[in-house]
Design a protein around this ligand. Structure first.
Ligand code: FES
Ligand code: FES
Length: 153
């Protein structure tokens, strides 16, 4: 029996093991490689996607647990705006947030989910909500980009 997922608004039927992590279904079976593998143990946040609007570490979510949920990946976030980029992505570009870029799709997904819940987060709220790791140390620019969107809200 297959597992019906909705990914970036499109249905996808997954016929494999329900224990397979959502991250690997997205990357290997769906072909969406924007979601990254970092640690595999829910520690780094590189694999963050939205599951029913909640920022979720997809390396640690069995695909069976996502059955019926609305999943949005970085590719879907980009497509959700007429400009071809989500406002968070535009802020990231304006403030030149990324360095190597590896952690950034997870950071952007975490930031987008935070801003839906809290359009004007203070620094301590940003730090509490976004626990993703960045080995390049882009945290100050991430906070600045989020604050730039908060001031527009
Ligand atoms: S790869 Fe999922 S949290 Fe690190
Ligand atoms: S930009 Fe390099 S790990 Fe975050």
């Amino acid at each position: 029996m297959s597992i019906r997922l909705t990914i970036n608004g499109q249905p996808f039927d997954f016929a494999g093991e329900p224990e397979k992590p959502l991250l690997w279904v997205l990357r290997e079976d769906v072909g969406l490689s924007g979601t990254k593998y970092g640690c595999g143990v829910a520690a780094c946040g590189a694999c963050t996607v939205h599951v029913d609007g909640v920022a979720t570490r997809s390396c640690s979510l069995p695909v069976g647990a996502a059955a019926g949920a609305e999943i949005i990946t970085i590719e879907g976030l980009a497509a959700s705006n007429d400009a071809g980029r989500h406002p968070v992505q535009q802020a990231w570009e304006r403030l030149q947030v990324p360095q190597c870029g590896y952690c950034q799709s997870g950071m952007i997904m975490a930031a987008a989910a935070l801003l839906v819940k809290n359009p004007r987060p203070e620094d301590d709220e940003i730090n509490a909500a976004i626990t993703n790791l960045c080995r390049c140390g882009t945290y100050p620019r991430i906070r600045a980009a989020i604050r730039s969107l908060a001031s527009e809200a």
